[in-house]
Design a protein around this ligand. Structure first.
Ligand code: ZN
Length: 195
């Protein structure tokens, strides 16, 4: 128990944005599952990600996108999931590049993914208009100026990248990245922060 708790603490220390960012308490605090009364915090951190942390020292990778220089790579899969819940863009970057790898096998019409960035406030409107625009439009309204950046909508085995000016993100504004395929953003979303 003590070992597990200290591992969780270590995971929190590494995944600062996942555990320390009060603006995104969605999955961390929402799951005090009553199944194990002795360790309610354990439910907040999926044991599948905590367990391999004993072997590999990078538990933060499960939630915080790994940023190298001024770019990151995010995976989407056939289970309607991104492998990251947060992207932290270094403020020193003039431009930032996001590459989406669809690591699944399903075609775009069934399990299409993209990465779209908007303000948190514009997210639902962009999704609704994207659904109306249809798959041929990549589930984004043409010329939607609420969209700060987006990759193409892709299917399993495909890759798409997008670069954008970091100056497009304003200090003090909350931003999200998500997939605009109908229904996907409920699971496939995360925060975008410049710091
Ligand atoms: Zn998707």
């Amino acid at each position: 128990m003590n070992i597990k708790l200290s591992l969780l603490t270590a995971a929190c220390a590494l995944a600062l944005s996942a555990c320390g960012n009060g603006s995104a308490p969605s999955s961390d605090t929402a799951a005090p599952a009553p199944t194990d009364a002795t360790a309610p915090t354990e439910a907040a951190a999926p044991s599948e990600t905590a367990t391999p942390a004993e072997a590999t020292p990078a538990p933060a990778a499960a939630t915080d996108a790994a940023v190298t220089g001024c770019e990151t790579v995010i995976e989407g899969n056939d289970a309607m999931q991104f492998n990251a819940k947060a992207i932290t863009i270094p403020a020193s970057c003039a431009n930032f590049k996001i590459t989406l790898n669809h690591v699944g096998k399903m075609p775009v019409a069934a399990m299409g993914h993209n990465v779209v960035i908007t303000t948190e406030g514009n997210m639902q409107g962009v999704i609704a208009d994207g659904m109306a625009a249809g798959i041929d439009a990549g589930y984004l309204k043409a010329g939607d100026d609420r969209v700060i950046a987006h990759t193409d909508l892709i299917g399993g085995g495909q890759t798409s990248s997008v670069s954008f000016a970091v100056s497009d993100l304003k200090a003090g504004e909350a931003y999200k990245f998500f997939c605009s395929f109908p229904g996907h953003a409920a699971l496939m979303n995360g925060t975008v922060t410049v710091q």
